[in-house]
Design a protein around this ligand. Structure first.
Ligand SMILES: [Fe+2]
Ligand SMILES: [Fe+2]
Length: 237
């Protein structure tokens, strides 16, 4: 099986003022990549007007496009409508589920979802006390459980996890320590390590670092646009 070329970017935070400004960088993506992954925060404030710009920037590309939403895409309470607008132009939006793409006969599996926060082992929120804290931690736990199931059932030659929030601390270096619990959770890495994957990509941590690894040894890449400083990161599997 030949090497697969994965393009990924998150946190493009598009709005009407950026219309056409991102697409210009995607003209030759078919020569460099087999798939484009979008790691959430595609809009600024999660409005339908902004989502229309996202749909127009990423439609009709020569490679399949797979996306998850980010916290900004939830801000105006229209995540379902935004996902539907992206689906209409052929972008596959994942909600804690898998898609298997056929790339020249190779099965590329992508498990994706927004993820959530809570912090990292030893310094994290726990399932204790007020219902509000239990709800916060419970949201992350349910997501991690769904990823575990999706990965367990995934039948593919190569496996990628696409998230908005970060599963590890490595890729947060540069962010203030005080906000780590709002940038991701170790429970996400635990789920992926349990079932195995070849690569995890995430966004959300604009001031973080591109490269990291899970405790189980899986490559993690923070593809937030401000971290990459280029239109997309390219990773080989
Ligand atoms: Fe962002
Ligand atoms: Fe975010």
């Amino acid at each position: 099986m030949r090497e697969l070329r994965i393009a990924a970017v998150g946190d493009v935070h598009l709005d009407e003022s950026l219309r056409g400004r991102y697409r210009v960088h995607l003209r030759d993506i078919g020569e460099h990549a087999d798939v484009l992954l979008l790691a959430g925060d595609l809009t600024r404030h999660g409005t339908l007007e902004e989502a229309r710009v996202v749909a127009d920037e990423f439609r009709d590309l020569p490679v399949p496009v797979v996306a998850v939403l980010g916290n900004h895409d939830h801000h105006s309470n229209h995540p379902a409508e935004i996902a539907a607008m992206l689906s209409e132009v052929g972008i596959k939006v994942l909600h804690d589920e898998a898609v298997v793409l056929d790339v020249d006969g190779a099965r590329l599996g992508v498990v994706g979802g927004k993820g959530f926060g809570g912090g990292y082992a030893g310094k994290c929120a726990s399932d204790f006390g007020e219902p509000e804290i239990k709800a916060f931690v419970g949201h992350t736990k349910r997501i991690a459980d769904r990823w575990r199931v999706a990965l367990k059932e995934l039948d593919a030659d190569r496996r990628i996890v696409l998230s908005h929030y970060s599963p590890v601390k490595d890729t947060l270096i540069g962010e203030p320590l005080e906000i780590y619990p709002f940038l991701g959770s170790y429970l996400l890495a635990e789920a992926v390590d349990a079932e195995g994957a070849d690569l995890i990509v995430h966004g959300h941590a604009h001031a973080g670092t591109e490269r990291g690894v899970t405790p189980g040894g899986i490559r993690v890449r923070n593809v937030a646009l401000p971290v990459l400083g280029r239109a997309y990161g390219l990773y080989r599997l």
